[in-house]
Design a protein around this ligand. Structure first.
Ligand SMILES: Cc1cc2nc3c(=O)[nH]c(=O)nc-3n(C[C@H](O)[C@H](O)[C@H](O)COP(=O)(O)O)c2cc1C
Length: 178
């Protein structure tokens, strides 16, 4: 059974992305996996590139909510990155999370993980998620992680929040059959 950490890079607890993540979580729990989900709705700063972590036992000097997440990241064997599409990319919050993991890297090497990408967006063109997928592909390959696939939910609405039921079902199935 997997130890899964779902990282939701949206500030909106009841938003489309967290709903997608919760559908995935439901499927994964039903399959017997151990799942933790964090929503990056609190303050999370970007990496300031000071390099202190590399001289300081891999501890980041920035004291914010990220400090609560390092242990969860180390615990998990599977990382699910969930993000709204912001200007054709992942959200700033999720990028901050990713950048701050630099603290635990050793000689640019990261712990091995297997990963899934979940995303929501307003548009629903065939190219809507192209840039985000490209980033995810480069990122996972560079770190030597295994990509377990993705669920891309285009056609969402924000006022009020709406995510197609079919996409929630897809995320549930992804979690169930991971
Ligand atoms: C700052 C910002 C940028 C966005 N950029 C895009 C975009 O480039 N393409 C798109 O299709 N939707 C874009 N959206 C819409 C969101 O991706 C969409 O509403 C998403 O489902 C919101 O997720 P949430 O409910 O988890 O916040 C953007 C929304 C915001 C707030």
């Amino acid at each position: 059974m997997r130890k899964i950490l779902i990282v939701v890079g949206s500030g909106v607890q009841k938003g489309n992305t967290n709903q997608l993540a919760q559908a995935f979580e439901k499927g994964a729990q039903e399959a017997g996996h151990d799942v933790q989900r964090i929503v990056l709705s609190e303050n999370i700063q970007g990496c300031q590139g000071c390099g202190a972590c590399q001289k300081n036992s891999h501890q980041c000097v920035i004291q914010d909510s990220m400090q609560n997440y390092y242990a969860l990241f180390e615990w998990a064997d599977t990382i699910v990155l969930a993000s709204p599409l912001y200007f054709w990319s992942i959200s700033g919050r999720l990028k901050c999370f990713i950048d701050r993991l630099y603290a635990i890297s050793q000689d640019d090497q990261y712990p091995y993980k297997e990963t899934v990408l979940l995303m929501s967006a307003g548009d629903n063109h065939f190219w809507t998620f192209e840039q985000a997928l490209s980033f995810y592909s480069f990122y996972t390959k560079a770190l030597g992680w295994k990509d377990l696939g993705h669920v891309l939910a285009g056609g969402c609405e924000s006022e009020p929040r709406y995510i197609p039921t079919q996409k929630l079902q897809e995320a549930y199935q992804k979690g169930l059959h991971l």
